[in-house]
Design a protein around this ligand. Structure first.
Ligand code: GLY
Length: 396
């Protein structure tokens, strides 16, 4: 069953991306864009900045740099212009140094969106090897406890704070493990991802179907010591982007394992999120924020749109699948018609993202990951099979 989508609207958004990427490449220098400043210009960061603690303060470092490569590659696929591929390959040489980074789960994001896609497009073995090296680093973050194993999110594993931490974002890093399992034939990558998915189900999901942003584990027993937030409104709040990461990762887990249980879980979390969204075209940064006009997070909608399209592809019932695909299309249509950064002074593709409201970084801004997942979601419709696989329906 083929779902309808507004082709001209989405192609127009990709045209806008192509134009802006070339304009930005001419001026940004060696740094990589991550959020826009209040005047609409990009703030940039060097690719080499790893995550880490300064005293007790945690910095995520540059987990955005791969997304820029992904956008350049998508621009190549959309426009057919070789200059975009050349730019992507040049930028990749700056990102490559992060493949062995031992400090963060974010190497999943970085190499999922860069070397993996370049390998897909060019078949360059060096790109496959680089993505595999990053996946090995991610797998090495698996902490095994008496009641399961999880991928530690933040910090060096020999730092007890890092070893005990896991964030919901990690669910969207594990697709690199599933890719590595297929690419190398080594099922241990998939098993690590699956173990993380199971532990996250136990520790992060509240009885009402909303999620913790982060969990501190007892590294011996595997019990949750506490659920808390880093970027959300409060420890018990419903940070809208977190559910997007979770649904995206559980859909990928369903595809990698063929197990319906993960698809059902993705659907359960998505249903709660859509209920909280309540028909709006873009969620607030946190559903629990009592502000009557809260800061929005278009990135949360973009990630969820990609995940809903995946649910649509995976669903064994074609009518139900089409229903989920339509929900994804509807979110994308809302973003492309109401939140595109069409003004020349405003860089980036999607306005109204929110990187971290508590830290006052990019609230109400274009955010690099929002642009990337918006494009990845659109590519599922406009450039099928080019950036990501279209998942096959699970057995009924
Ligand atoms: N670190 C992932 C996020 O900000 O959503």
């Amino acid at each position: 069953m083929v779902s309808e989508y507004p082709k001209a609207l989405l192609s127009g958004a990709l045209d806008l991306m192509c134009r802006k990427l070339l304009e930005d490449e001419a001026v940004i220098g060696v740094g990589f864009p991550y959020v826009t400043a209040p005047d609409g210009s990009w703030r940039t960061m060097l690719a080499c900045e790893s995550a880490g603690y300064t005293g007790d303060a945690w910095s995520h470092g540059n987990w955005f740099c791969g997304f820029w490569v992904g956008l350049l590659t998508a621009a190549h696929e959309h426009s057919g212009k070789p200059e975009f591929l050349k730019l992507a390959q040049e930028r990749m040489r700056l990102v490559a140094q992060r493949a062995g980074d031992p400090n963060t789960h974010d190497i999943g994001f970085i190499f999922w969106s860069s070397a993996r896609i370049l390998h897909r497009l060019t078949k360059d073995d060096a790109m496959g090897q680089m993505a595999l090296k990053a996946a090995e680093r991610l797998r090495a973050r698996l902490v095994t406890t008496r009641s399961g194993a999880y991928i530690s999110s933040w910090g060096p594993l020999d730092d007890p704070r890092g070893r005990a931490s896991s964030a919901i974002d990690t669910m969207a890093n594990i697709p690199l493990l599933y890719w590595a399992s297929e690419h190398s034939g080594d099922a241990s990558f998939r098993l690590a991802g699956q173990a993380h998915a199971a532990m996250t189900e136990k520790a992060f999901i509240r009885p009402d179907g909303t999620l913790y942003h982060a969990v501190e584990y007892d590294t011996t027993s595997g019990e949750r010591i506490r659920g808390y937030t880093f970027q959300g409104y409060s420890d018990e709040s419903s940070w809208s982007r977190g559910a997007g990461w979770a649904v995206y990762g559980y859909a990928a887990t369903a595809a990698a394992t063929g197990d319906r249980r993960w698809l059902d879980l993705a659907i359960r979390i998505a249903e709660v999120w859509l209920k909280e969204l309540d028909g709006r075209d873009c969620p607030p940064w946190d559903f629990t924020d009592p502000d009557p006009t809260p800061t929005l997070d278009s990135a949360a909608a973009a990630i969820m749109a990609a995940a809903l399209l995946d649910i649509g592809s995976l669903h064994p019932d074609r009518v139900e699948g089409a229903r989920w695909t339509n929900k994804g299309v509807s979110l994308l249509t809302g973003l492309a018609s109401g939140h595109l950064a069409t003004e020349q002074s405003h860089r980036g593709l999607l306005m109204h993202g929110c990187y971290s409201k508590p830290h006052d970084i990019g609230p109400d801004a274009a955010v690099m990951f929002g642009d990337y997942y918006f494009v990845e979601a659109m590519a599922r419709l406009v450039l099928p099979g080019k950036l990501v696989d279209k998942y096959a329906p699970l057995p009924g």
